[in-house]
Design a protein around this ligand. Structure first.
Ligand SMILES: *[C@@H]1O[C@H](CO)[C@@H](O)[C@H](O)[C@H]1NC(C)=O
Ligand SMILES: *[C@@H]1O[C@H](CO)[C@@H](O)[C@H](O)[C@H]1NC(C)=O
Ligand SMILES: *[C@@H]1O[C@H](CO)[C@@H](O)[C@H](O)[C@H]1NC(C)=O
Ligand SMILES: *[C@@H]1O[C@H](CO)[C@@H](O)[C@H](O)[C@H]1NC(C)=O
Length: 269
């Protein structure tokens, strides 16, 4: 009797865990994309934003990783966006990058940063001129200013400006080299005025990204490649479950049959 109870409990909790995984981790949908580069400490660089091994790295004015509790450079503090959290292309149709995310509550079960901080997403562009190109991005930040639609604001140096003067403080340059409000720099040549470590990602916008204006995309959560986590140093604790999900997708017919048969037998005793 006791052993049977235990077996029932184990079988049912396995089924329950499978369903919880389906609901929370397999997130996909349509999104709009914008750009930002505000030099602020990224939102996912603070403690306890999600279940992860450590928050996203942020950097001091020396562009070296700074302590986790350092305040944001957008509010007088010493922690800024690290210059290497910028996009790069692998080939004509694929790039890596980082983004401020917002995913609507219907997809996240009502969760906000807990659902996306340090998660990775495959983003397939669906509008011209980027149709056929895709990126894998890690959510290192949050884009709270529009909350009615899924959005990835790509971290692109010189891609946009904000009212803060953090970029000027971080690099000791005039804020105007980062371009104009809501647009950033206006040409690839202007990327040459940015601090040297930021130029490559700025030029990426005019080359691979074709200076696209608010491109739309289909997205889905994918497990994070080391190309991205080696830069942010942030890995979510549900990454293993996400890998397990892909495995259970492959095994699903047999695994499900066995589990259901087992559960049915257990319940009918
Ligand atoms: C994830 O969701 C997509 C779209 O709803 C579906 O096609 C796919 O089978 C799901 N994968 C898993 C592992 O649940
Ligand atoms: C620049 O950022 C603002 C504020 O988030 C946003 O409304 C705007 O769409 C952005 N511009 C671009 C080109 O992404
Ligand atoms: C581009 O790179 C990605 C990632 O390495 C790879 O999956 C894809 O096949 C490559 N595409 C081309 C056209 O080489
Ligand atoms: C993106 O495109 C690739 C290649 O066609 C496909 O395997 C993948 O499922 C697509 N992802 C999304 C989120 O649509």
């Amino acid at each position: 009797m006791t052993a049977l109870y235990l077996r029932n409990f184990i079988v049912l909790s396995n089924l329950f865990v499978l369903c919880v995984r389906c609901a929370n981790l397999n997130i996909s949908g349509e999104a709009v994309t914008t750009r930002f580069w505000d030099c602020c400490k990224p939102s996912c660089a603070w403690k306890e934003k999600a279940a992860f091994d450590r928050p996203v790295l942020s950097c001091g004015i020396d562009d070296k990783p700074t302590e986790i509790d350092a305040g944001t450079g957008c509010n007088g503090g010493s922690a800024f966006l690290c210059s290497n959290q910028q996009p790069w292309s692998v080939n004509d149709t694929f790039s890596y990058g980082f983004a401020g995310a917002f995913i609507t509550p219907d997809l996240t079960g009502g969760k906000i940063e807990d659902a996306w901080c340090c998660a990775c997403y495959q983003v397939n562009f669906t509008s011209d001129p980027l149709k056929g190109k895709s990126m894998i991005i890690q959510a290192s930040n949050t884009a709270y200013d529009i909350t009615t639609t899924n959005r990835f604001s790509l971290a692109v140096p010189g891609g946009n400006t904000t009212s803060h003067d953090a970029c000027a403080r971080q690099y000791g340059v005039d804020q105007t080299v980062f371009g104009t409000e809501n647009a950033g720099v206006s040409s690839k040549e202007d990327c040459g005025k940015l601090p040297e470590p930021l130029r490559q990602g700025c030029e990426w916008r005019f080359d691979w990204y074709e200076d696209a204006s608010f491109p739309t995309a289909n997205f889905k959560r994918v497990s994070c490649p080391s190309e991205l986590t080696s830069i942010t140093q942030c890995t979510r604790s549900d990454e293993k479950q996400l890998l397990g999900e892909s495995a259970s997708e492959i095994l699903s017919p047999s695994v499900r049959t066995i589990l259901f048969a087992f559960a049915a037998a257990a319940l009918s005793v």
